[in-house]
Design a protein around this ligand. Structure first.
Ligand code: GLV
Length: 335
């Protein structure tokens, strides 16, 4: 009888999903709330046939070269900028992600951040807890309206569209979007959204939300220049990837009084946070939890597990990113 394929899971995950995987695989996993060292990660990955990764486990050429057994990396995330997809494809390593199952939950959270920073929710809560509240005041912690305002969405994939529907249908917002390709007229009308150039969006939106995938070309796409183009008092929300924004320029734009506030769920060096972000008042900072409801995270985990199971049982996957790898039955070659 053939030995079971070896799967390594470097982060805590649902016990029931690990149990399910254990019926198919020889599973090694880290259930500690402490990120494993890179050396440990490499040592374990080099013994594995498959990995169940998250969006911050880097799979690059040097890892692939150190892991000649590796055949599949199943990301428990829709974003996959942690994968060097070209090298994975060349190495014959299948990559999968978890699209769709997190769309609505992530859009809900984008909206929560938009509401929270526009209405200064976190700052207000701290003010009250710090016992600074003396009396009702006409301008106490006054924020900016969300309903009826203009929302600019950068990146109009599944999550961007779900945000747009909430904004146009629920909050009567004027929704502008910028995306590499314009959506079909029927989808635009369903979303109540209008395609515009990026410069126009930045100049006209009261609130701007980033919902686009990260790529090296998009690194710091929001820097000092773009922030200066934004409307005075506008808010910026990022539920995509931290590297899209130059965080120092962002803090400068807030400190100068040009920006009204910002809300970030993702950070360039996460989980390490630029200390300048931590001292700002008109901001909301959350630890990359936009998809974090138990129901949705369980769906993501099960989808990643299904990709591993399908791959080893039937040489197929539910949500492959480089399906061309499946066409080849050759053993992986990593160099
Ligand atoms: C989370 O950031 C994801 O890509 O799923």
């Amino acid at each position: 009888m053939n030995a079971k394929p070896k799967i390594y899971i470097p982060r805590p995950n649902f016990p029931q999903v690990i149990e399910r995987l254990q019926t198919h695989f020889d599973v090694t996993h880290n259930q500690e709330d402490q990120r494993v060292t890179q050396e440990h990660f490499l040592a374990q990955a080099s013994k594995a046939d498959g990995l169940l990764t998250t969006g911050s486990d880097l799979i690059d050429l040097s890892l692939l070269n150190a892991c000649p057994r590796l055949k599949i990396c199943a990301n428990m995330a829709v974003g996959f900028n942690n994968f060097d997809l070209t090298s994975m494809t060349q190495a014959g390593v299948l990559a999968t992600n978890t699209p769709d199952v997190l769309t609505q939950t992530t859009a809900d959270f984008g909206f929560a951040l938009l509401m929270a920073c526009s209405r200064r929710l976190v700052e207000s809560e701290h003010y009250l807890r710090d016992q600074q509240w003396k009396q009702w005041r006409f301008d106490l912690l006054a924020g900016q309206d969300v309903h009826g305002a203009t929302l600019g969405i950068i990146g109009m994939g599944r999550i961007g569209q779900a945000v747009a529907k909430r904004a146009s249908k629920g909050f009567d917002m004027n929704v502008l979007y910028h995306n590499r390709s314009q959506l079909a007229p029927s989808v635009e009308s369903e979303c109540g959204a209008t395609w515009v150039e990026l410069a126009y969006l930045l100049a006209h939106a009261d609130h701007v939300m980033l919902v686009l995938p990260y790529s090296p070309e998009a690194h710091h796409m929001i820097g000092a220049r773009e922030l200066a183009m934004m409307k005075p008092g506008a808010h910026l929300i990022n539920i995509a990837r931290g590297g899209l924004i130059d965080e120092n320029a962002l803090v400068n734009a807030l400190e100068s009084g040009h920006l009204g506030g910002f809300a970030l769920d993702v950070f360039e060096g996460e989980p390490t946070i630029n200390p300048r972000l931590l001292t700002q008042k008109r901001v909301v900072l959350t630890p990359h939890i936009a998809s974090s409801t138990i129901a949705t995270r369980l769906k993501m985990s099960n989808l990643a597990a299904d990709n591993l199971i399908e791959f080893f049982a039937h040489h197929r996957a539910l949500t492959p990113l480089n399906p061309q790898v499946l066409a080849s039955v050759k053993a992986p070659k990593h160099v």
